[in-house]
Ligand binder design. Structure first.
Ligand SMILES: [Zn+2]
Length: 176
């Protein structure tokens, strides 16, 4: 069982790790919104950007989507409660949320026992956060954050796009 494997591994990890006393305040005063993509895990996104443990608040979800009010909540918490002064939204090429097939998703959900009337209540592609283009998703996301009445105007919001193979980032929006 995967969970047992994880808990077993954790015992060894804790035995070997000497612990660290990092603050919960991000040292680079930075909040990052990124995709949950599996290739950006194990610190890949952070290493590619020179972000160390303790440097930034990192908010991840499917498709670095900022439509969810929880992303704005987390950015606001990073700014007002935790001292972040800049926000970077990082998208990536070859995103799994690109052009999601709504009909296919619907049939998988039905097969898995989700009630049709529940599926009928949502616009499936919109709800799951299907994106047409990774670049425009970043630009739209940056605009959503900037136009939120709960995010102060003096916080620069930048938009980057990452190549998940090489880690290279390109600036799509320079928030300065
Ligand atoms: Zn993605």
């Amino acid at each position: 069982m995967l969970l047992n494997e994880i808990v077993e591994y954790n015992k060894e990890f804790v035995d070997e790790f000497e612990g660290s006393k990092l603050s919960h305040i991000p040292q680079k005063k930075l909040a990052i919104v990124a995709c949950m993509d599996t290739r950006l895990t194990d610190g890949f996104l952070e290493k590619a950007m020179g972000i160390s443990r303790g440097d930034a608040k990192i908010i991840k979800n499917a498709g670095n989507n900022v439509l969810d009010r929880d992303v704005i909540r987390s950015i606001a918490a990073a700014i007002f409660a935790l001292g972040s002064k800049e926000v970077i939204l990082v998208g990536h090429y070859d995103c799994g949320m690109s052009n999601v097939d709504g009909e296919k998703l619907k049939s998988i959900m039905l097969e898995r026992g989700i009630y049709p009337e529940e599926i009928a209540k949502i616009d499936i592609e919109d709800w799951i956060g299907s994106i047409d283009s990774e670049e425009s998703n970043v630009i739209n996301g940056v605009n959503k954050i900037k136009s939120s009445p709960l995010i102060p105007d003096d916080v620069p919001v930048h938009g980057l796009i990452m190549d998940p193979i090489t880690g290279k980032v390109d600036i799509l929006v320079n928030g300065y």
